[in-house]
Design a protein around this ligand. Structure first.
Ligand code: HGY
Ligand code: MN
Ligand code: MN
Length: 411
């Protein structure tokens, strides 16, 4: 068979997606495999087993990133890398991240079946803690991999449930010894579901992702004064519960006032003591701000800071913020995005250039090599939700575009 006529085996890809989705399966068809949990370990074990079955040389680095290497005819050539993550948010879908890793394995198996060697080695990567929802920041594994976070700092990150990253990594048996950054990729291509509404709404199959918006994560801690809900006059209150609500409302207003695609989210709220008849003493909320424009993102951060200062003054509370993640917008390699569109067109798929609203490991790899992403539609734009769905034909289309883009880069 001519390489140009090669196609992935869609049924095999779907079977692997189904098998991995059973690890940490939750109601509604999704997954809960939070980073460095027992479920994450079980998912890692399953994927490493598949890598070995495919004849890949498996290595693990000190932050738990997993690499499956398929040798090329030129061992000295820098590898072409693909991959993503298999950790999920607590209410995750079965495609976020998983498609990129299993799509990479499907490409390898399709090449093995065709007896096709590539000049450059191929590497399929599983990056640790892409979600950052338990151990912030997000993309922690790939950030450390590209040298954006010192190893010691990564290992000392404390999770929202009070565990140390290094201890949890050792506990699940994935504190590897392969030096960080071993593979210096020639190029990196990541297959991922869009997680947004664009492709689905436009009826387009393939997104060639050319850029990705900036991300600002903060934890805001409010310290007020607990008091009796019945006896305390409103004017005497220092109500952390009210402040949490005010912050959430401000974030919504801020996004509306800034417009231009600015998004603001208060995803997590905890109150103490969280009781019906007690004015809350303390509150902890998270603020996730994103914009494709760095200057506008800085403006959003400034306006939030100003609001928090006013709120503290007005309510007689103490407000402290802790930065959890901050990544500027990233432009991917236009030449790679062109290649993705060229292969999509040749394979007969509709396609368009687009921006990623979500963060991805590709944004970290873009710091050390040309990188780009292949998106496929998310039905209804739903993600970080067990109902996340992508049609099988679109999953296969994305994997076929990944196959031919990787083949071109590895030849
Ligand atoms: O938050 C994100 O954009 C990604 O899902 N970690
Ligand atoms: Mn993802
Ligand atoms: Mn995600």
């Amino acid at each position: 068979m001519k390489p140009a006529d090669l196609r992935i085996d869609a049924g095999r890809l779907l079977r692997r997606l189904e098998a991995l989705a059973q690890v940490g399966a939750i109601e509604g068809g999704g997954c809960c495999r939070v980073a460095l949990s027992d479920e994450d370990k079980a998912g890692r074990d399953l994927v490493c087993g598949w890598m070995r079955e495919l004849g890949l040389a498996v290595s693990v680095d000190p932050v738990g990133n997993i690499f499956g290497l398929r040798a090329g005819t030129d061992a000295q050539a820098a590898p072409v890398m693909t991959g993503s993550h298999i950790d999920t948010v607590r209410t995750g879908g079965r495609y976020d991240g998983n498609l990129g890793v299993l799509g990479g394995l499907e490409v390898v198996e399709s090449l093995n079946d065709a007896g096709l060697a590539t000049r450059r080695p191929l590497v399929v990567a599983v990056f640790t803690d892409e979600e950052g929802a338990r151990f912030p920041p997000d993309m922690l594994g790939s950030l450390a991999y590209v040298g954006g976070m010192p190893l010691a700092e990564a290992l000392d990150v404390v999770s929202i449930d009070g565990r140390r990253f290094g201890d949890e990594l050792a506990r699940i048996g994935y504190a590897g010894s392969a030096p960080l950054g071993t593979h210096k990729p020639h190029a990196y291509i990541e297959l991922h579901v869009e997680q947004g509404p664009v492709l689905d709404a436009e009826g387009i199959t393939i997104g060639a992702v050319e850029d990705l918006q900036g991300i600002s994560w903060q934890e805001v801690s409010v310290t007020g004064q607990s008091n009796h809900a019945g006896t305390t006059p409103m004017r005497l209150r220092h109500d952390a519960g009210y402040c949490a609500a005010a912050i959430g409302t401000f974030l919504r207003t801020l996004a509306g006032e800034m417009g231009g695609g600015q998004v603001c989210t208060m995803g997590a709220v905890t109150l103490h003591p969280n009781l019906i008849n007690v004015v809350a003493a303390r509150a902890k909320v998270t603020a996730d701000l994103r914009n494709t424009d760095e200057l506008r993102l800085q403006e959003a951060e400034r306006r939030l800071a100003a609001f928090l200062a006013e709120l503290a003054q007005a309510e007689g509370v103490k407000i402290e913020t802790r930065r959890l993640a901050r990544f500027e917008p990233v432009r991917f390699d236009a030449g790679l995005a062109d290649a993705i569109e060229r292969h999509a067109a040749r394979l007969g798929y509709t396609h368009r250039r687009m921006t990623s609203g979500a963060g991805h490991d590709a944004q970290m790899l873009a710091r050390i090599c040309p990188a780009a992403m292949v998106f496929v539609p998310s039905v209804g734009g739903i993600s970080h939700n067990p109902a996340e769905h992508t049609e099988p034909a679109d999953l296969a289309a994305g994997a076929n575009v990944l196959l031919h883009t990787l083949l071109e880069l590895a030849s």
